[in-house]
Design a protein around this ligand. Structure first.
Ligand code: BMA
Length: 320
């Protein structure tokens, strides 16, 4: 199970500076992308203002707990939001592949949600690469290495549509692409479990390479309580060479809303893991079993929190 950091929530609305004319007395900060860059812990924060507009803002830290929030909005050079209208870009996930940092995020259009992708090499300038246009989909996360020369990602197509509600889904798919905009769906790998904690599911944090397989933290939503949806985190182990193959999937969630900052807020009962930082890797790029792992998550769509574990504990959680 993940262990909450004693300083939670590590970022709240009061940590976000006014960045006029976009941000003033903001409403919320949540669901951050996370990565280590030159020994700094970097978060790409999702910030909402009182118009419920969404902006990304970078924050950085020496210890992964105390963050300094930058005084500027992230701008994706080349991203046009007017025609067609992009209502929101949100829930960024960051993955380093061959010395480039890629950011994959949800984009809300009139027709639904698509995945956008951008890149940076310095976390100062960000370049928009494009929208992966084919289907309504969300929760895209890139693997940190290519497979047969192609990028690989996990995503959650939004195939479940209830009138008056945002489209959602209960299957995580693997897809591949030579250049990040044209994606070929290879097949569903993980299904929701109706009646249990993970009825609906979606990818959470980018996969982490271990000697035993790829560790992937995802979110599960219990919908059967009627009054509310409960967002929790779970973990799964995918085959190293054929990530479409699930080797082990934890039966129990590894984090669920329990603290007040998770139980109440803009959207109550939500823990939403979106960033992961693993401290120690061996020379061949495999994470070490006793390495510390930091998982960054949005709580109640209102603030940013940190929970910690180790690679070995996550592997054990997969088999529990
Ligand atoms: C999901 C996404 C997340 C959000 C969560 C809980 O569908 O929209 O951004 O945190 O719902 O509201």
């Amino acid at each position: 199970m993940l262990v909450r950091n004693a300083n939670n929530p590590i970022l709240t609305r009061s940590d976000i500076p006014d960045i006029l004319p976009h941000l003033h007395d903001v409403t919320s900060v949540f669901n951050p992308g996370a990565i280590k860059y030159k020994d700094k812990y970097m978060l790409m924060l999702r910030v909402q203002n009182r118009a419920r507009e969404t902006y990304f803002v970078m924050a950085e830290s020496d210890d992964g707990v105390k963050f300094e929030v930058r005084n500027e909005i992230v701008r994706f050079e080349g991203l046009k939001t007017k025609n067609p209208i992009v209502y929101h870009c949100y829930d960024p996930r960051i993955t380093k592949v061959e010395d480039v940092y890629y950011i994959m995020f949800a984009m809300d259009f009139e027709q639904g949600c698509k995945l956008g992708v951008a890149q940076t090499t310095d976390f100062r300038e960000f370049h928009f690469i494009g929208v992966a246009p084919r289907i309504d989909t969300r929760n895209g996360v890139l693997f940190p290495e290519k497979f047969n020369g192609k990028f690989l990602r996990l995503e959650r197509p939004n195939t479940l549509v209830k009138p008056g509600e945002p489209a959602t889904g209960a299957r995580i798919w693997v897809s591949e692409s030579p250049q990040l905009t044209n994606w070929k769906m290879l097949g569903p790998i993980l299904m929701g479990n109706s009646h249990y904690w993970d009825e609906l599911i979606g990818s959470g944090t980018p996969p982490v390479k271990t000697r035993e397989g790829w560790l992937h933290i995802y979110h599960g939503v219990a919908t059967h309580f009627g009054s509310t949806n409960i967002y929790q985190a779970g973990v799964v182990l995918l085959d190293l060479k054929q990530p479409q193959k699930v080797l082990a999937r934890g039966k129990y969630n590894i984090l669920e809303p329990r603290e007040l900052y998770e139980l109440t807020g803009q959207v109550p009962n939500v823990v939403f893991p979106s960033g992961i930082i693993v401290e120690d890797y061996d020379a061949e790029g495999f994470s070490l079993p006793d390495s510390e792992v930091k998982v960054y998550y949005g709580a109640a769509d209102t603030c940013v929190c940190l929970a910690e574990t180790t690679i070995q504990d996550l592997l054990n959680d997969c088999k529990a």
